[in-house]
Structures are given as structure tokens and as C-alpha cells.
Design a protein around this ligand. Structure first.
Ligand code: 5GP
Ligand code: SF4
Ligand code: MG
Length: 457
């Protein structure tokens, strides 16, 4: 998912629309915005792509000096309009809207607890529990109630909350998800990725720190902590696949890190070949890096149809396979008779690699060497990225030789975990650490989380 927020701008809703448009790649299932004018919260949300969601919106009906927005990528909860965010909770004491990126691992047990205490939950989304925890709090001060509520959550979360008078921004104690703050004139902006700042002409100010709770209001910006500072564990998959190449996450540019992944991969897994090609769009940067390091020319061997969405999002395996066919075509004149190094950012189920190897061979490629710019994904993610189970992960159930045979390649090699870390992490410091749990099995967790993981499995 992607989140966006703006405080202190007369065109808050419109700017949120632009911000969400830049974050579209983070979720295509639904989008929405909630504004405040100091008295009431107004909501507009719909299933579908950002442009469709906002197509017939009259922004004068969404007036207000602040807004939060969300693009949804379903990993938890059903695909229904109720689960499209921001979630808005109205009450006489005051209303509240929530936008969340991540996954609350203990949502199920918290729901049970809330329900037995009398709460009626409206959605099947894990996000809703936060609102109920705040509402159930006996504390009159919302900030204190919010801190207490955040302390109860286990998992990954980048939250933006909006009530009539304030905006609240929080990041989980290990900073698994990206979240940045910027300025647009005197307005404050918050976004999952900095590409959303660029599109609206805002300047990047800083990261939201793990365990930090920020309050933005007429009085300006105020910061406090709800958790001790811990080792940061920003999701490595954000760099590998999920984020846009023009974004900087935690001070590291995504394209630059992908290029380095390609460079490391060429060092670790060289092979004689005629051309290097990348699977568009997310693997182009790594392919450029591989070509640069190996001295083998980079070529456009595959073309992407820009009018299809991300294939991973399709619900069934059958549709996914269909999706890959619709999405990519080989450039016959380039690959015919050639030994091709095909770079992809990751392998999840192996569908994409298998299809593409076949496609390249059908187009006359003499050899296809698959090189993956990240380590093999062998473990499920509990933090809001892949919801694939272990059974679906090809690398959890097969050796590299078996994968090579299954995808029909002449050779397959993955980047090592240390190679990936080297490509992302600039310096050894608490705040630069990454999570690579789906690849290494080392979950960045406390004991409390371990129980949740054991339970979720
Ligand atoms: P597969 O086809 O092996 O199941 O999925 C891997 C391909 O899907 C890669 O080309 C990658 O770019 C793309 N992809 C789409 N969504 C995701 C995701 O959420 N995680 C990862 N790791 N790859 C994804
Ligand atoms: Fe990202 Fe993988 Fe960690 Fe999930 S387990 S947060 S996908 S690196
Ligand atoms: Mg891809």
C-alpha cells in the first residue's frame, strides 16, 4: 500500500490526488482521500486505479486545509470497498480517519479482544483495530491514547491519522516500511515514497524515525516516541522490487541500489553471453548494472505493454499466467541467435521467469541465463508485502538446479544476501539496517513477535 498526507494547504485534496497518482505502483485495488476543514472530515474512496477513483470528483466538495490518502494493495482482508482506505470512523466525540501501509501481525488476537469488550468492527482489514484501540482508551488525550494503542501492535506499520484538528504520523519500532516527511511551502507533506514529493514540487525534509509519533497541527510539527529506538529494518524488497526507481528510501536512491545489485550479481555470477536484458520495468536498473560490470552490452530484449497492470496482483494462477503473456513481448531482432542473460529482480512463484525464458527461446535466443538480482525467496513475509505461502514459493520447495529445469533456463543464479545488503546499506549504523527475512529467514523480531509468527504459520 501507499500513504500520503498533507497539512496546511488550501488544495489539500487535489494535492493528495497527485501524490497518490505517484504512488499508484504501491496498490491498484482502490484509493481514497479524507479531508478536514477543522470541523468535519470528508471522505471519497473507491475501488480501482487512482485516475478512475478521482475521475468525476469535484474537489470543491472536498475542501479543507489537510488531507490523507491511500492506495490499496490487498495482503490482508477481503477485496471489498469497506477495506479501501482511508477508513473513516465518525463519532459525536470526534471523528478519525486512518491510512495504513503494512501488516499488523496480531490483528486477529486484538480483534478477538476488542470484540469481547464490545467493539463492533466494520471491516476485515487489520488497520481497523488501531482505531478501536484508540476509541476504547480511557485516556482523554488522543495522543496518549494513540501511543498506548501503538504499543499494542506487533508487525509493520506506517500510519497517517487525521481527526478534525490534527494529523498524526507513526512508524513501527523497526521501521519496516518507508515513510518520509517533506515541505511544500509552509505545508507539511508525508508519503510512503519521495517520488510523491517530486510530483507536487515538495522538498524532502527527513525520514519518519522508527518508533516515532509525529503530531502536525496549527501549532506546527511536534514529535515524541512510543517505542525505544531499535535497529532499523527497512524492507529490502522495497529496493528490489516494490518502490519506484526515482524514490529515495532512507537516503538511498532505489535505481542506484538496483544498479548496484546488478553489479554485485555480475561479480558473483558471471557467464559468457552476447547480451544482457532486463524484465521491464523493475529489473532494468539491475540489468544496466550487470551489463556495466560484465562488459556485455545491455539490450532491450523485452518490451512491456504499458497498458497492463502488475501481473502479481491478479487473483488466480491462471489469470497470472495470462497476465504475463499480455504484458511482455520479446524483441526478436535483438535476441535471435544470441546467448541472453535475462535479469529479473526476484522470483516468487517462478511464473514470470518460466514464461520469459520460453518467450525468449521461441524468439530464437540460443541460450537464456537467468540472473536474479536478489536472494531466493524462501519464507513468507508477515510485514505486508507478499502474502504467498511457503507452498507457493518456488525456492522454498526446489533447489537451484530444479528451478533451472522448471523455468527451462540454461543456468540460474541469485544474488547473495550479503551482495544485496551491500547494494542497499551505505554505512553500518542502527538506522541503515534492512529486513531480508523472506530471503534469509531471519525475522527482525522480538520474542512477542516470534509467538505471533509461530501462530500465523
Ligand atoms: P513470480 O512470477 O516468480 O511469481 O514473481 C516474480 C516477478 O513478479 C518478478 O518479475 C517481480 O518483478 C514481480 N513481482 C510483482 N509483485 C511482486 C511482489 O510483491 N514481490 C516480488 N518479490 N515480486 C513481485
Ligand atoms: Fe520485505 Fe521480505 Fe522483510 Fe517482508 S520479509 S518486510 S518482503 S524483506
Ligand atoms: Mg518484474
Amino acid at each position: 500500500c501507499g500513504v500520503f498526507g498533507i497539512w496546511g494547504h488550501e488544495k489539500a485534496a487535489e494535492i493528495t490526488y497527485y501524490g497518490l497518482h505517484a504512488l499508484q505502483h504501491r496498490g491498484q485495488e482502490g484509493a481514497g482521500v479524507v479531508t478536514t476543514d477543522g470541523n468535519t472530515l470528508k471522505l471519497h474512496k473507491k475501488q480501482g486505479l487512482v485516475n478512475d477513483v478521482f475521475k468525476n470528483v469535484d474537489f470543491s466538495t472536498l475542501r479543507g486545509h489537510a488531507a490523507i490518502g491511500h492506495v490499496r494493495y490487498a495482503t490482508q482482508g477481503e477485496r471489498s470497498i469497506d477495506n479501501v482506505q482511508p477508513l473513516l470512523f465518525r463519532s459525536q466525540k470526534g471523528s478519525m480517519a486512518l491510512a495504513h501501509n503494512g501488516n499488523i501481525m496480531n490483528a486477529y488476537s486484538l480483534r478477538g479482544e476488542l470484540e469481547s469488550a464490545g467493539s463492533i468492527l466494520q471491516t476485515s482489514s487489520d488497520t481497523e483495530v488501531l482505531a478501536h484501540l484508540i476509541k476504547r482508551s480511557e485516556k482523554n488525550n488522543i495522543e496518549v491514547a494513540l501511543k498506548d494503542a501503538l504499543k499494542r501492535l506487533v508487525g509493520a506499520y506506517a500510519f497517517i491519522l487525521l481527526d478534525e484538528h490534527k494529523m498524526y504520523v507513526a512508524l513501527d519500532p523497526r521501521g519496516l516500511r518507508p515513510l518520509s516527511i517533506g515541505r511544500l511551502g509552509s505545508a507539511y507533506v508525508v508519503a510512503s515514497e519521495t517520488c510523491a514529493f517530486d510530483i507536487i514540487g515538495a522538498t524532502y525534509e527527513r525520514e519518519v524515525y522508527p518508533g516515532e509519533l509525529i503530531t502536525i497541527s496549527e501549532q506546527g510539527m511536534d514529535t515524541t516516541r512510543f517505542a525505544e529506538l531499535e535497529q532499523r529494518n527497512l524492507c529490502a524488497m522495497e529496493y528490489v522490487y516494490f518502490s519506484r526507481p526515482d524514490s529515495d528510501l532512507n537516503h538511498v536512491n532505489v535505481h542506484a541500489s538496483r544498479k548496484k545489485m546488478g553489479i554485485e550479481l555480475a561479480k558473483e555470477a558471471p557467464v559468457n553471453a552476447d547480451i544482457v536484458t532486463g524484465v521491464p520495468d523493475s529489473s532494468i536498473s539491475a540489468a544496466i548494472g550487470y551489463a556495466e560490470q560484465s562488459g556485455i552490452p545491455y539490450e532491450i530484449g523485452l518490451i512491456k505493454n504499458r497498458y497492463t497492470g502488475r501481473t502479481f496482483i491478479q487473483p488466480s494462477q491462471e489469470l497470472r499466467e495470462q497476465g504475463v503473456k499480455m504484458k511482455l513481448s520479446p524483441v526478436r531482432g535483438i535476441v535471435e541467435g544470441k546467448r541472453v542473460i535475462m535479469i529479473d529482480d526476484s522470483i516468487v512463484r517462478g511464473t514470470t521467469s518460466r514464461r520469459i525464458v520460453r518467450m525468449l527461446k521461441d524468439a530464437g535466443a540460443k541460450e537464456v541465463h537467468v540472473r536474479i538480482a536478489s536472494p531466493a525467496i524462501q519464507n513468507p513475509c508477515f510485514y505486508g508485502i507478499d502474502m504467498s505461502t511457503k507452498q507457493e514459493l518456488i525456492a522454498a520447495n526446489h533447489s537451484i538446479d530444479e528451478i533451472c529445469a522448471l523455468v527451462g533456463a540454461d543456468s540460474v543464479a541469485y544474488l547473495s544476501a550479503s551482495g544485496l545488503e551491500h547494494a542497499i546499506v551505505k554505512e553500518e549504523s542502527m538506522n541503515q539496517g534492512v529486513c531480508m527475512a523472506c530471503m534469509t529467514g531471519k525475522y527482525p523480531v522480538t520474542e512477542k513477535d516470534q509467538t505471533e509468527i509461530a501462530y500465523t504459520r
